[in-house]
Design a protein around this ligand. Structure first.
Ligand SMILES: NC(=O)c1ccc[n+]([C@@H]2O[C@H](COP(=O)([O-])OP(=O)(O)OC[C@H]3O[C@@H](n4cnc5c(N)ncnc54)[C@H](OP(=O)(O)O)[C@@H]3O)[C@@H](O)[C@H]2O)c1
Length: 372
C-alpha cells in the first residue's frame, strides 16, 4: 500500500533526477527521497553525473540519523554491483532503512531484479511500480541504450505550413520565430551532442553552439558533422568556434581534411563505407557516439541526412516547429523518398505533445516504426 507521502516523494524524486540530464549517461538519471519514521521528508539526492555518487547514497547522507527506520522513495531499482561506486543496496541496508518504494526495475543485466532481491533478503519491505510511466519517460535515453547500444536521436526541424524546410535557393534562416530559436538553443544545452550533415554546413555555415542572452554558464554540446566526401569547406564556423567537434567520414576521406583536423577540439572519426549507400553506416556511428558517452543527440540537418536516419529507423523522437509561412512546391521538402506508398505505411508518432512557441507550433513525439 502506497501512502500519499510516498507518492509526493516520488514526484519530487523524479523532478530531482532530471537535474542530471545530459551528464549521467551511460548511467540513468535517478532521484531519491528519504521519509523519516513519521513520513516526513528528511533527505534527498540525485545522480549528478557519471562517476559521481548515486542518488540513494546522497539521500541517505542528507537524511542523517532520520534514515534509520524510514522509507526510501527512489525512481529506479537500486544497484547491487560494484561499478565506479559501491552498491547502493549495501548503503540502504547499513542505513537501516525499513522500506523502499521504487518506480521501476533496472533493465541493466547487472541489476535487473537482483537489487530488489538483496533488499528483501535483508528484511527490507520493497514496493515497486509507483509512477512507472514517468520513470520510463525520464530514462528513455538510458533504456534505449540498454536495448540497442546506440544514442537516442531527436530530429529537430523547422517547417513552413506546407512542409518545406528551405526556400528554392536553399535559404532557411529564419523559418522559425525568435522564441522557437531560443528554445532550440536550450534544447542544444540539454543534449550530449548536436548533429548535422555536410549539406547544411555548406548551405548555412552554422556554429551549432548555445548562445543565449542570460549569463548562466550553459553547457555546450559536442558538435558533429557527417560527410561522405569531406567536401564541406574546412574554414567553416563550426570548426573555428571553441569546443569539441567530431567529423564522421568514410575510411580514407579523413586524410583529405588537411586543414581542420589539426584545429583544437576537432576529431575525425572514420568508418568503413556503407556500400552500396554513399557514406558511412549511421547505426555504427551512433554506437560509437554512445560508447563516447553521448547519450542524446539533437539532429539539425537537411532532408538528406534526416531521410537517411529515418529510413534506417535511427530517429527516436522529433521536435517539429511549424511556422506560419508558405514556401510552395519549389521549396525544399523535409524528407526525401521514404517508400511510403499508402497511408497505412505512414511513420507515426506516439506520446505526442503540441504547443505554441511564439508564432510557431511545436509538435513533439516518439517515432513508431512499423514491425514489418
Ligand atoms: N529548416 C530546417 O530545420 C533545416 C535544418 C537544417 C538544414 N536545413 C536546410 O537544408 C538544406 C541542406 O539540406 P541537405 O539535404 O543538402 O543537407 P544535410 O542533410 O544537412 O546534409 C547532407 C549531407 O550529409 C552527408 N551525409 C548524409 N548521410 C550520410 C552518411 N550516411 N554518411 C556520410 N555522410 C552522410 C552527405 O555529405 P557529403 O555531401 O559530404 O557527402 C550529404 O550530402 C539547406 O538549405 C539548409 O538550409 C533546414
Amino acid at each position: 500500500m502506497i501512502s500519499r507521502a510516498e507518492t509526493d516523494a516520488m514526484k519530487k524524486a523524479l523532478k530531482l533526477a532530471l537535474r542530471g540530464r545530459g551528464s549521467t549517461f551511460p548511467n540513468p538519471m535517478v532521484g531519491a527521497v528519504i521519509l523519516d519514521r513519521d513520513g516526513n521528508q528528511a533527505g534527498d539526492g540525485f545522480h549528478r553525473e557519471c562517476g559521481a555518487p548515486h542518488a540513494e547514497v546522497i539521500a541517505i547522507a542528507s537524511a542523517g540519523d532520520a534514515a534509520s527506520g524510514g522509507t526510501m522513495v527512489v525512481t529506479l531499482e537500486p544497484c547491487c554491483h560494484h561499478g565506479r561506486t559501491g552498491p547502493c543496496t549495501d548503503a540502504i541496508i547499513s542505513a537501516r532503512i525499513k522500506r523502499v518504494v521504487i518506480a521501476m526495475t533496472d533493465p541493466d543485466p547487472r541489476v535487473s531484479g537482483e537489487g530488489i532481491k538483496q533488499l528483501k533478503s535483508a528484511g527490507i519491505e520493497v514496493e515497486t511500480g509507483l509512477l512507472p510511466e514517468k520513470a520510463y519517460e525520464l530514462n528513455r535515453v538510458y533504456l534505449h541504450y540498454i536495448e540497442t547500444g546506440r544514442s537516442w536521436v531527436t530530429l529537430k526541424i523547422a517547417l513552413s505550413l506546407d512542409g518545406r524546410t528551405a526556400a528554392a535557393d536553399g535559404s532557411s534562416r529564419w523559418i522559425s520565430c525568435e522564441r522557437s530559436r531560443r528554445r532550440v538553443q536550450r534544447m542544444r544545452a540539454s543534449v550530449g551532442a548536436v548533429l548535422t550533415g555536410a549539406g547544411t554546413v555548406r548551405a548555412d555555415d552554422p556554429e551549432l553552439t548555445v548562445r543565449l542572452p542570460d549569463s548562466r554558464p550553459w553547457r555546450q554540446p559536442v558538435r558533429m558533422v557527417v560527410s561522405a566526401t569531406g567536401d564541406f569547406g574546412e574554414s567553416r564556423k563550426i570548426f573555428r568556434s571553441p569546443g569539441r567537434v567530431i567529423i564522421a567520414v568514410p575510411e580514407g576521406v579523413g586524410a583529405r581534411l588537411t586543414e581542420c583536423k589539426d584545429l583544437p577540439g576537432v576529431e575525425v572519426w572514420e568508418f568503413p563505407p556503407d556500400s552500396p549507400n554513399p557514406g558511412i553506416s549511421l547505426a555504427s556511428f551512433l554506437e560509437r557516439t554512445a560508447a563516447e558517452g553521448l547519450g542524446e543527440i539533437l539532429c539539425e540537418a537537411g532532408s538528406d541526412l534526416s531521410t537517411r536516419l529515418l529510413r534506417d529507423e535511427l530517429v527516436d523522437s522529433v521536435s517539429i516547429f511549424t511556422a506560419p509561412m508558405i514556401l510552395g512546391s519549389e521549396g525544399r521538402p523535409a524528407f526525401e523518398f521514404l517508400g511510403i506508398d499508402s497511408i497505412d505505411k505512414a511513420i507515426r508518432l506516439e506520446n505526442i505533445s503540441s504547443r505554441r512557441s511564439g508564432s510557431d507550433f511545436l509538435t513533439e513525439g516518439c517515432i513508431v516504426y512499423r514491425a514489418d
